[in-house]
Design a protein around this ligand. Structure first.
Ligand code: F6P
Length: 346
């Protein structure tokens, strides 16, 4: 069997671990693997590379993706989906493994309905894909953000400052909540709960009245203020056009927040945007194991003919869930876990 594999959307640590697992498992099942370059782009405008044991040797711990990625949407232009299906045939591929988040797998779900034999693997540092408890890449992003918060702690304390740390996560507060808990943040702000500036400043003032001279605020890039006169309500954006899936580029809320906190509390404040550092570098052991399990399971799904589904982690088991189900709604942060974080605010 000849299987295509592609990585779409924002990269994340663990992509190479999945590719390696797919190639190694396929080898044991006498199948060949071809990597499509740069996500769906490599299928629309065919560009591929043969992947064998030699190609994937030594990549388990390497960040990024050896086959490249892009935010190409096969449904953006008329005729795109038909072209993708035709090119799959031309390339002689009998199945495709799409490794991606809600955009890449959302497109895969629609292409499956049109006849594409596709299996999904859930990737994203944002952990916002439904149907799976965790996506790979998330644990590494949380570890990186936690390490940054630890470092920010010491300088915050030395200077008696409020430090506002902005993390990624798009419209979900998973990275903020997990890194905030792990890093001992005094306030964590997520997109799911609009920011009430009075409440944030009260928490910081309360902490400082207890003799503390510094505070750490972790804010998700997609967090926004409560809508009330003079307090905004809209997302803070970077100036950039939307991507092919219609997403704006988020970023900058920490700067606005640090300024507002300093004005209200008179505590000197600074902000830090962690940005793409969260997406780079070597995957954690947890992500290497999860990515490997996903890769092996997805390859088995292909050989079972279990198309239109995604390998998913539920509890400690890898199971197959329909792509349509996984991409129907965004998985926002678990309020039970956020509730734990709140116990430590202020
Ligand atoms: O979806 C992953 C992610 O890193 C988001 O957290 C972030 O909003 C976005 O991608 C950034 O995308 P880009 O790399 O295109 O700037």
């Amino acid at each position: 069997m000849k299987i295509g594999v592609l990585t779409g959307g924002g990269d994340c640590p663990g992509l190479n671990a999945v590719i390696r697992a797919v190639v190694r498992k396929s080898d044991t099942l006498s199948s060949r693997v071809v990597g499509l370059r740069n996500g769906w782009k490599g299928l629309l405008d065919p560009s591929s590379m043969d992947l064998d044991g030699k190609m994937v040797s030594g990549i388990l711990h390497i960040g990024g993706t050896i086959i490249g990625t892009s935010r190409t949407n096969p449904f953006k232009d008329a005729g795109g989906p038909e072209k993708a299906l035709k090119n799959l045939r031309i390339l002689g591929l009998e199945a495709l493994i799409a490794i991606g988040g809600e955009d890449t797998l959302g497109a895969a779900a629609k292409l499956y309905e049109m006849g594409l034999p596709v299996v999904g693997v859930p990737k994203t540092i944002d952990n916002d894909l439904s149907g799976t408890d965790f996506t790979f890449g998330f644990d590494t992003a949380v570890s990186t953000a936690t390490d940054a918060i630890d470092r920010i702690h010491t300088t915050a304390e030395s200077h008696n400052r409020v430090m506002v740390v902005e993390v990624m996560g798009r419209n979900a507060g998973w990275i903020a909540t997990f890194s905030g808990i792990a890093g001992g943040a005094d306030v964590i702000l997520v997109p799911e709960i609009p920011i009430d500036l009075d409440e944030v400043c009260d928490l910081i003032l309360r902490r400082h009245s207890r003799g503390k001279s510094f505070s750490i605020v972790v804010v998700a890039e997609g967090a926004h203020f409560v809508e009330k006169p003079g307090a905004g309500g809209e997302l803070v954006l970077q100036e950039a056009p939307k991507d092919e899936f219609g997403h704006v580029r988020l970023g900058g809320i920490s700067q606005v927040l640090a300024k507002a906190i300093e004005k209200r509390t008179n505590f000197e404040s600074r902000y830090v945007v962690l940005g793409h550092i969260q997406r780079g570098g070597s995957p954690t052991a947890h992500d290497r194991v999860l990515a490997t399990r996903f890769g092996v399971f997805a390859t088995e799904m292909v050989h079972r003919g279990e198309f239109g589904k995604m390998a998913a982690l539920q509890g400690n088991r890898i199971v197959a869930v329909p792509l349509a189900e996984a991409t129907a709604t965004l998985k926002t942060v678990d309020m039970g876990i956020y509730g734990i974080a709140k116990e430590f605010f202020g």
